[in-house]
Design a protein around this ligand. Structure first.
Ligand code: SF4
Length: 210
């Protein structure tokens, strides 16, 4: 697999925010979002080749329970489902995979959790979401929207309601785009609308950790 980096840190997003986590960041992405926070990992030629076995070995040595496969776009790589299955076998709980929603999440093995980042229009990648993924979502999966402004918010709210995401999956996360929208402002909109979603502040950025 093409791996950009592996590291341990606090899980900064998802409903597991705050727990220690082992991260595998894969290289390569098919999108170019306006505010990508990992631009160097978008190039599929960076990083190095590592086998699933070696990666899972690093996970075991870390002594950490939670694991997240991120990117880049992890589902671009054919071996990602096997990596997730091996992490599960090795005891990862949860075994998370963060995806931009443009690839079929049906390949994610049972027991692993897909965290699907549905791109809002302001990202420049709106329309990249693969519609069949709405049907693929499991009750244990999570959906995230990075919201830059009111237009993004209204778009995400309509998407969430149209697809009944609050009952379809474990959590719906609304995250303010760093430097573009105040978390407090987004919180006020969510409360005013009685939105059945969770405000997500990127904890790793607040803490200044990877
Ligand atoms: S999908 Fe993720 S890695 Fe790819 S460009 Fe967008 S933010 Fe960056």
């Amino acid at each position: 697999m093409r791996v950009f980096e592996i590291f341990t840190s606090i899980q900064g997003e998802t409903s597991w925010a705050g727990i220690p986590c082992f991260f595998i960041r894969l290289a390569g992405c098919n999108l170019s979002c306006e505010w990508c926070d990992t631009p160097r990992a978008r190039d599929a030629r960076v990083g190095q080749e590592q086998s699933v076995g070696v990666l899972v070995g690093h996970y075991r040595q870390s002594g950490i329970r939670a694991a997240m496969v991120t990117g880049g776009e992890p589902l671009m790589q054919a071996e990602t489902p096997a990596l997730l299955a091996s992490l599960l076998e090795a005891g990862a709980a949860p075994a998370l995979v963060e995806t931009n929603g443009s690839f079929d999440i049906g390949v994610v093995p049972e027991g692993a959790v897909a965290v699907v980042d549905v791109k809002c229009p302001g990202s420049g990648a709106g329309g990249s979401f693969l519609p069949v993924n709405v049907e693929r979502l499991r009750r244990t999966d999570e959906v995230k929207f990075a919201v830059a402004d009111r237009e993004d918010y209204e778009w995400a709210k309509a998407f969430m309601m149209r697809h009944d995401l609050a009952v379809r999956c474990r959590a719906v996360l609304f995250s303010p785009v760093f430097g573009r929208l105040e978390g407090r402002c987004l919180a006020e909109w969510m409360v005013a609308d009685r939105l059945p979603a969770r405000l997500q502040i990127q904890l790793h950025r607040v803490l200044g950790v990877p």
